[in-house]
Design a protein around this ligand. Structure first.
Ligand code: FES
Length: 576
């Protein structure tokens, strides 16, 4: 639909008097509505990531009514990665990003909305939040339901982290208990304490990577990406979220008055600001897929190469999990993402002149944010001159004879001891087989685990290999074993990890040629990933390759059946 056709969109809704009356509205009152606002909300009571969304949607309806507006709630499925990872349904997670964006687009147009507030949440709902805003260009912004508060326990090594434990600590504790490194009672203590209430995974994992993206790109109000969801599981929405909801409604009306739409904000320079901020904070590799998908929706010419170019200039300055010790709410307590952005702006790493949903530029927004000197002693955000890790040590795009398009290496600030990792391949065609081998103690230091046929088509749905990386960490193998895959990783994952290998094995990518015992070389300096084989040998092996038979794998007409026919490679963001 064109923007002109949308102009008086809500007139259609307001004129549907008989329909409105039957639905419980007062048609005389709705005729005077100042704005019909789509409240795009992926709510479910099934998990802690999005279980506050319904309450926030109701709150927004009330706040809009105070301004004479009408909120119309549109739903969508909210997939929690924590509930699906490592299970047979993990392949529904990435697929849901595009389904959620479609649901919001459809609901917005079908109900004749003038504007849109998207309530984000778990990873894919966070990624999907910006897509319908970019597609429709309806006045709007993103509101984050909040991240989970951290907890603490009494035993080492976790006691030393203080009140900063997150779901990552529980997951690694579970693997440690399986490996006999902690007791069953200690695992229960972790389970009871890591998340006292609801909210997204509580550090710089994928959900907070995407909330940071929304704030840094200018589509969320300042300090909106880091607030806790609630006080504890039994309490109501956190006061900071309530304050953000009220401020978001006020901001929406200002945007409509000023005529500022999402595409006035989501420019290439704004994407560059988001990339810079997420790199500085040690965000998830999933950022690559989601930024490319959002950019396509906004018709911004962003490429994987440009993300690499922008990211490689940026030092890691936030000391958040998974690379550091702190939780997201620790950052919130000292001022949130604006504190990081102020430091980056002062270092000349951000464009200060871009527009944001406040109706002011980024530099204007940050004018009152305290500098690190003014904040004083803390170790959550460091100066650009004394970073947690220098530039070019977080995520890099590599290429090579088993990743001719690209792949992404996540080092999270670490440097490889010998400048490269050279190891012996153990090849698996599923996550489950890999898990069996790790649990059986078959994986020794010096191994490069190759997990293939788990890409967007092979998965299908490109599941996250996080349970494998957690097992490696829990067994103390995180620094001696590399894992490479055409699947993806969770933001929780850390170690020597390469994902998004493209083209994927199921589409005839040369990762399909690797065999047990081959030597794999990861060289971050050269930005290469290679198997030590001649081109002729790879070609010979690939001549024997056959595409996986879809029969029995994909039910006709199912979501995955449609997805594998449409999805692009990870190199292009797995867009459909
Ligand atoms: Fe939902 Fe991590 S599983 S935010």
């Amino acid at each position: 639909m064109t923007q002109d056709a949308q102009k008086d969109s809500s007139t259609y809704w307001k004129k549907s008097r008989v329909e409105l009356r039957a639905a419980g509205f007062d048609p005389d009152r709705t005729a005077k509505t100042t704005a019909v606002v789509t409240i795009a909300s992926a709510w479910t009571n099934a998990h802690r990531c999005n279980n506050r969304v319904r309450g926030i949607a109701d709150l927004l309806v009330e706040l809009l009514a105070e301004r004479g507006g009408q909120g119309l709630v549109v739903g969508a499925p909210a997939v929690s990665d924590a509930l699906t990872q490592g299970t047979p349904t993990a392949g529904y997670s990435l697929v849901s990003r595009d389904v959620v964006a479609d649901c919001f687009e459809i609901g917005h147009y079908a109900h004749h909305g003038d504007a849109m507030i998207v309530i984000s949440g778990c990873d894919k709902t966070g990624a999907a939040a910006l897509m319908p805003l970019a597609r429709t260009n309806a006045f709007g912004l993103v509101l984050y339901p909040g991240t989970s508060s951290p907890g603490k326990v009494s035993f080492e090594p976790w006691a030393a982290k203080g009140t900063n434990l997150t779901i990552m600590d529980y997951a690694e504790g579970r693997a440690a208990q399986e490996a006999g490194r902690i007791s069953a009672a200690e695992l229960v203590e972790l389970e009871r304490n890591v998340m006292p209430g609801s909210g997204t995974c509580g550090a710089m994992f994928t959900a907070n990577t995407m909330s940071t993206t929304a704030e840094a790109i200018g589509m969320m109000l300042p300090r909106g990406a880091s607030h806790p969801a609630d006080y504890d599981a039994a309490s109501d929405i956190h006061a900071d979220v309530r304050a953000q909801a009220r401020a978001s409604v006020e901001a929406l009306y200002r945007l409509m008055e000023a005529g500022i739409r999402p595409r006035d904000i989501m420019t290439l320079r704004a994407f560059e600001n988001a990339i810079t901020t997420v790199y500085a904070m040690g965000g998830s590799t999933n950022m690559y897929l989601h930024l490319l998908a959002i950019a396509r929706a906004a018709e911004v010419p962003l490429t994987i190469e440009r993300i690499q170019e922008i990211g490689e200039r940026v030092p890691l300055i936030s000391n958040l999990q998974p690379h550091g010790p702190y939780a997201m709410t620790s950052l919130h307590a000292i001022g949130g993402v604006p504190v990081v952005m102020k430091e980056l702006l002062r270092a000349g790493l951000l464009h200060g002149d871009v527009m944001t949903v406040t109706g002011r530029t980024l530099a204007e927004n940050l004018a009152a944010t305290p500098t690190l000197e003014e904040i004083g002693k803390q170790d959550i955000v460091r100066p650009v001159g004394q970073p947690v890790a220098p530039a070019n040590n977080h995520i890099s795009v590599l290429r090579g004879n088993i990743a001719p398009e690209s792949c992404v290496l996540k080092l999270s600030g670490k440097t490889l001891e010998k400048g490269e990792f050279r190891g012996t391949a153990r090849v698996f065609d599923s996550e489950a087989d890999t898990m069996k081998a790790i649990r059986a103690g078959e994986i020794k230091p010096g191994t490069v685990i190759v997990v293939r046929n788990v890409g967007p088509v092979g998965g299908p749905g490109m599941p996250e290999m996080v349970m494998l990386t957690i097992q490696l960490q829990g067994r103390g193998l995180g620094e001696d074993v590399a894992l490479i895959t055409d699947g993806r990783f969770s933001g929780v994952s850390h170690g020597i990890l390469i994902g998004h290998i493209s083209p994927e094995a199921a589409r005839g990518g040369p990762i399909a040629a690797v065999r047990d015992g081959d030597t794999i070389v990861i060289d971050p300096g050269q930005r290469t990933l290679n198997v030590d084989l001649s081109d002729a040998e790879i070609a010979k092996r690939m001549a024997e390759w056959r595409a996986p038979d879809p029969a029995g794998r994909l039910r006709p007409g199912s979501v995955h059946d449609k997805y594998v026919r449409l999805v692009s490679s990870a190199h292009y963001g797995c867009v459909v």
